[in-house]
Design a protein around this ligand. Structure first.
Ligand code: CAA
Length: 388
């Protein structure tokens, strides 16, 4: 029996800052961003958007197709938690009208947790193949203004339906893991922005790739040439390009630099104009691959490298299902991205500084997002979500 991703849908904010605007303000060469880190735009959430509203918006097309009663478990993966106790997924459960017998839980390990959620979902479906599990990853990447990380912000959510006999991608059970207690990127409970040792984090990312790949090869006897395409965690596109060159070199590949680049280039397209979406990013990358690749990917094997700072990494793989093209939301994603609006630098600052009550202050939030779900208010320490 095959188990894997039956459907995938993503959502991002209506607003973005073009990195040329940021570069102009910083009197930096825009090519540092466009070429140097491989990013063009970064999504900025509206004041009435957060991980919950983005998650519900991402999952909506799936629920509209299959109905709200069929989901047995909702696994919500995020780095941008909004509560120390209550799962963000429980709000999504109500917004989507899921059944009261549906189990809900939130998972955290920086940008890795969606992969843990995916693996758990596959295991649950293996046990009860008639069940469907909804995995949602939703994050807002936020760094301090004026820091090297600033240009690598972004936001997005991705929803994946995990089932038996999936229409998109079979996920194979063999994995390679690597865990190490390091401080490359972290965010203490009292901070809204991440702390990061940028250069060190890129080195640890590459080290984790090598270690997870070696463990994967040990477990599977797989080789680099088994895979037609590779999806990487995408803090910024250039990171994936460096990682893939690194992996190709470790494996003494005979591929040309152009062929190596072709193995990942279609995974980068959405990320380049959305920015980092932490644990959602690799799966938005998968969506980008399936929706942009001109070649028919049916039966191709895809290698995945999932990385979460701190750090936990995993290499795993999957097989693209024949006919996958019919199960995509290509048109919907194109419309979502085309409708977005660029913000000026001042508007970006206003969005960045939008109040996030820490001490229980009440806040009425103006209706800004065109999305179906919005955060309307925060009062008495409670977040109030509404369906528009
Ligand atoms: N034209 C073309 N390229 C240019 C250029 C120009 N005018 N100016 C600079 N560049 C190039 C540089 O040569 C460099 O390329 P290489 O890396 O190939 O040498 C690249 O642009 C970036 O320039 P800098 O190294 O000077 O950039 P920086 O130090 O200001 O910032 C960064 C880079 C440290 C990665 C920073 O973006 C950062 O801190 N980001 C957040 C942390 C991060 O994303 N880490 C990734 C691994 S951790 C992870 O993956 C988890 C996660 O999601 C955060």
């Amino acid at each position: 029996m095959s188990v894997g991703i039956d459907e995938i849908s993503f959502y991002t904010s209506n607003y973005y800052l073009d990195l040329r605007t940021l570069a102009q303000q910083q009197q930096t060469d825009p090519e540092k961003y466009y070429t140097g880190i491989g990013q063009e735009k970064m999504g900025m959430p509206a004041p009435d958007e957060d991980i919950v509203t983005m998650a519900a918006n991402a999952a909506l097309p799936i629920i509209e197709r299959i109905g709200s009663d069929t989901i047995s478990t909702l696994l919500f993966a995020t780095e941008t938690g909004i509560d120390q106790s209550k799962s963000a997924g429980v709000y999504v459960h109500r917004l989507l009208g899921l059944h009261s017998n549906c189990r809900v839980v939130e998972l955290k390990q920086a940008c890795y947790s969606a992969t843990a959620a995916l693996q758990m979902a596959c295991a649950l479906v293996e046990r009860q193949p008639e069940r469907k599990v909804l995995v949602i990853a939703s994050d807002i990447a936020r760094y301090e203004l004026g820091t090297p990380g600033e240009a690598t912000q972004g936001c997005g959510a991705v929803a994946m339906l995990i089932s038996a006999a999936p229409r998109l991608l079979e996920i194979y059970p063999e994995v390679g893991n690597f865990t190490d207690d390091v401080m490359d990127f972290w965010r203490p409970n009292y901070r809204a922005t991440a702390l990061v040792d940028g250069k060190y984090s890129t080195k640890i990312y590459l080290k984790a790739l090598k270690k997870a790949w070696e463990h994967f090869v040990q477990a599977t006897s797989a080789s680099f040439t088994d895979f037609g395409r590779f999806c990487y965690h995408l803090p910024f596109s250039r990171m994936a390009q460096k990682a893939h060159q690194h992996l190709a070199k470790l494996n003494h590949t005979e591929l040309t630099p152009v062929e190596i680049e072709q193995q990942i280039e279609d995974t980068l397209r959405y990320n380049q104009i959305i920015g980092n979406s932490y644990t959602a990013s690799m799966y938005i990358g998968l969506c980008s691959l399936l929706e942009h690749c001109q070649e028919n990917l049916s039966e191709q094997k895809i290698g995945f490298f999932s990385y979460g700072s701190g750090c936990v990494a995993e290499f795993f793989s999957g097989r693209v299902m024949p006919g996958y093209q019919q199960a995509l939301h290509r048109q919907r994603h194109a419309q979502l991205l085309e409708a977005r609006q660029a913000v000026s630098y001042d508007e970006y600052l206003q969005l960045w500084h939008h109040p996030d009550p820490q001490q229980g202050e009440s806040l009425m939030i103006p209706h800004t997002t065109p999305g179906r779900f919005r955060l309307a208010a925060i009062s008495h320490h409670k977040r109030e979500y509404v369906i528009c």
